[in-house]
Design a protein around this ligand. Structure first.
Ligand SMILES: NC(=O)c1ccc[n+]([C@@H]2O[C@H](COP(=O)([O-])OP(=O)(O)OC[C@H]3O[C@@H](n4cnc5c(N)ncnc54)[C@H](OP(=O)(O)O)[C@@H]3O)[C@@H](O)[C@H]2O)c1
Length: 212
């Protein structure tokens, strides 16, 4: 059972996810790339209630870890610290920010499959990447609300089920797309990326259901 969520990255996405997780009742441990003291002030002001730590401490103490670092930085995260952990990959390869990263331009696979090779001992699930960080808090709705939006997730089914419950508590309907390869359907450039969809609409976009 997930009670403590760890977040690697205290930037735009990491902060928004942290506030969402706190509101959902989770304990939140968060880090930047350096010592806890470097982010203490921002955590106190922007994410009150979260605990600032180093990345290694976050990884060791959390039941589930959310990767919210820029794609060009993912190899600075020590994969050994995430061995055996459930890890959410929120990252997108975004050339204006990441520059040209050959491993993504020459590899036809979805970005999360490339990332999963690096974190080979972790249980990686792709989600939270196709919603704008600013929409995460404003779009959250209670279960059953007709306005509730869906969030797609991809990864191994058993791990994805754990992550789905977290998304549900965050205020979204999880829509399981399939194994990591299915995550290509909600990467940048896809109709899902950056849009707002109900779970039913997402299922149609993902080819899991037919339009009525
Ligand atoms: N923009 C959106 O709406 C959106 C939505 C969903 C997903 N995404 C994706 O989310 C990811 C993060 O984007 P962002 O806009 O939040 O980035 P950001 O604002 O630049 O923040 C990045 C954070 O990652 C930290 N970091 C870097 N290397 C680290 C490491 N090895 N361990 C721990 N923390 C580390 C940075 O800390 P330092 O300052 O110490 O380096 C910083 O706190 C990107 O891949 C992006 O594509 C973006």
């Amino acid at each position: 059972m997930v009670t403590t969520i760890g977040i690697l990255g205290a930037g735009r996405v990491g902060s928004a996810v942290a506030r969402t997780a706190l509101k959902a009742g989770y304990a939140v441990h968060i880090s930047g790339s350096g010592p806890a003291a470097d982010i203490q002030l921002i955590v106190d002001i922007v994410i009150p209630g979260a605990v600032a730590m180093t990345a290694a401490e976050v990884a060791a103490s959390a039941d589930l870890v959310i990767l919210a670092v820029p794609m060009h930085k993912f190899r600075t995260v020590d994969p050994g610290t995430l061995a055996g952990k459930i890890v959410i990959d929120t990252m997108n390869y975004w050339q204006p920010i990441d520059g040209t990263l050959d491993e993504f331009t020459t590899d036809a696979r979805s970005s999360s499959e490339v990332v999963a090779d690096y974190f080979a001992s972790a249980h990686l699930v792709k989600t939270l990447n196709h919603i704008g960080y600013h929409d995460l808090e404003t779009d959250a709705r209670p279960a059953g609300d007709p306005q509730r939006h869906g969030l797609a997730l991809a990864g191994e089914a058993e791990t994805a089920a754990v992550v789905a419950e977290v998304l549900n508590r965050f205020g979204f309907d999880p829509v399981y797309a399939g194994p990591l390869v299915a995550g290509a359907a909600f990467e940048p450039g896809s109709p899902i990326f950056g849009g707002r969809h109900t779970a039913d609409e997402l299922a149609i976009e993902l080819g899991l259901a037919e339009a009525a």
